[in-house]
Design a protein around this ligand. Structure first.
Ligand code: GDP
Ligand code: MG
Length: 176
């Protein structure tokens, strides 16, 4: 009998305020590149990527929503069938951190209880030693996310590990 490779398909939604780095993070993870100019995402876009985990082929669809509220009518379609969430805020934009709760309301409403990983992005622009974790720890009690990473879509710092974390979580939940 031939050894057939197992394969899985996951839809992962990437949410968070506009300009926090969602599109850049996906680009860094899937293509290993970074663009400095801000190209505003219109509506939603998705990227396909194949990752190997153990002996399985994991096909990933990342959905990246525009932060702008004029696209809120697309939200049900955007969230439909999502298996996990990457919730991004920017370490240099406090409002984007405060809005995590609003994004979480959306996730609960449209997806129920699915795994969430939080990315605090643009870590290259802050002094990491001055970042406290108390606010994010307080949020953990409220939201119950799996893990928090400080990432940089620009330098690539922690991007691979952070994406792998959510993908591994999904994979472990379904593998035979
Ligand atoms: P989105 O609206 O959440 O999809 O954000 P984008 O990925 O379009 O990024 C918004 C802007 O921030 C762009 O100009 C990016 O080049 C920049 N950017 C994104 N991530 C980082 C990062 O980690 N570090 C720095 N310095 N800039 C970033
Ligand atoms: Mg975008």
């Amino acid at each position: 009998m031939s050894e057939e490779e197992k394969s899985y398909v996951f839809k992962i939604v990437v949410v968070g305020d506009g300009a926090v780095g969602k599109t850049s993070l996906i680009k860094q993870y899937t293509e290993g590149s970074f663009v400095k100019d801000y190209i505003k995402t219109i509506g939603a876009q998705f990227s396909k990527y194949i990752e190997e985990i153990e002996d399985a082929r994991v096909k990933l669809f990342f959905w990246d929503i525009a932060g702008q509220s004029e696209f809120s009518f697309m939200r049900p379609t955007f969230y439909k069938g999502a298996r996990a969430v990457i919730l991004v805020f920017s370490l240099i934009d406090e409002q984007s951190f405060n809005n995590i709760k609003t994004w979480h309301e959306d996730i609960k409403k449209f997806c129920g209880n699915i795994p969430i990983v939080i990315f605090g992005n643009k870590v290259d622009l802050v002094n990491e030693n001055e970042l406290g974790d108390s606010k994010i720890n307080a949020l953990k009690d409220e939201i119950g996310f799996i893990k928090y990473y400080k990432t940089s879509a620009m330098t690539g710092k922690n991007v691979y590990d952070a994406f792998r974390c959510i993908i591994k979580e999904l994979y472990d939940s379904v593998k035979e």
